[in-house]
Ligand binder design. Sequence first.
Ligand SMILES: NC(=O)c1ccc[n+]([C@@H]2O[C@H](COP(=O)([O-])OP(=O)(O)OC[C@H]3O[C@@H](n4cnc5c(N)ncnc54)[C@H](OP(=O)(O)O)[C@@H]3O)[C@@H](O)[C@H]2O)c1
Length: 291
Amino acid sequence: MRVLLFGPTGQVGTELRALSEQSGWRLQTVTRADVDLAVAGQAERCVLSQKPDVVINAAAYNFVDKAESEPEAADGLNARAPGEMAAACKCLDIPIIHISTDFVFDGSKSGPYRELDSPSPLSAYGRSKLSGEEAVRDATSRHVILRTAWVFSEHGSNFVKTMLRLGRERDSLGIVDDQRGCPTSAAGIAAAIREVLAQWADNGPGRFGTFHYCGGEAVTWYAFAQAVFASADGHLPAPPTVKPIATADYPTAAERPANSVLSCEKIADVYGIAANDWRQDLNTVVGRLLK
Ligand SMILES: NC(=O)c1ccc[n+]([C@@H]2O[C@H](COP(=O)([O-])OP(=O)(O)OC[C@H]3O[C@@H](n4cnc5c(N)ncnc54)[C@H](OP(=O)(O)O)[C@@H]3O)[C@@H](O)[C@H]2O)c1
């Protein structure tokens, strides 16, 4: 199976490259130097010229706050480019796996969000990602849209790396305790995609649609920070005191959902993929970062 991967240098892209070595795929990566997805037409041309068997889009504009002041840039990467990829996939009659986000929801639901719940993003980033989902669905029915959340890994920028850096620099940290979500390791997302591809290799591509995949245990950012420092126990010279604060005490340009917990029941039922054991993966990631 020839897999064309956009975003190979990101958190999920890096883990997909690592996994591809033990998988049966022939991975072709498309970096920003190969194709600048901010330029209209490039994504479609690339897919049409490479003629892969599957496209994975792990590229995105992920600057949630900055997107408020440059929504066009977010839309270009998160909506137009995936729409182009999906249109090219339709022409070639191949499937696409596209990654989306919990931030398509507004957080007003009391329980976990399911795939059929109505999206209503609060931020420019969330709106751009929702437009990307719609563009992919409109272009081809042969899609898997994987919504995930609170991604962490050893690579790139993420909450875990920020906590470990701040933990060395500060005596105390105030962390938001009224936003709830599901931490997810990039390695877990890559493994879930590998399982989808393995089942497609065995049975032919099918069981398309939108799926949630994230950590199986929901926490607040404050509890996530506590878990990071527990994982780092004994390795930081003087671990900081972590205090719970309210969203109102940490103003940001983009509004974030108070509840972005996703239910992973559908992907478990359809593909047999269990929710991510983020605490176990957190120990692995923190251990590697502290080495
Ligand atoms: N991070 C999270 O917490 C989170 C949460 C929910 C959903 N998601 C979704 O999960 C997916 C993967 O996220 P991630 O955290 O792995 O992303 P990431 O680490 O931010 O990586 C983004 C990737 O997109 C590429 N890219 C950005 N601008 C580009 C351009 N103009 N042309 C070509 N490539 C470009 C980057 O290339 P460079 O290395 O050259 O910049 C990088 O490979 C995304 O769809 C994201 O929206 C992420």
